[in-house]
Design a protein around this ligand. Sequence first.
Ligand SMILES: [Zn+2]
Ligand SMILES: [Zn+2]
Length: 72
Amino acid sequence: MPLSWLGVKHKAIEVQDQGDCICEEELDRSADNVIKCRRPGCEMQWYHLACVKLQQKPHNWTCEACKKSDGG
Ligand SMILES: [Zn+2]
Ligand SMILES: [Zn+2]
């Protein structure tokens, strides 16, 4: 009889590689409606344009979180 570990769900304690957008919805990095933060070490890196209130992709774009840690 197999031991049932089903239903035991670990919380994500491990260091995550990179997140995908603040909305936590699926993000296709090759899609046209996504943008990448240019700042190295950005926690999130990838965002939907809509989620960061952009209509087009700036050439060098930094996300809000990075702007804050840059000090303006
Ligand atoms: Zn999003
Ligand atoms: Zn960033």
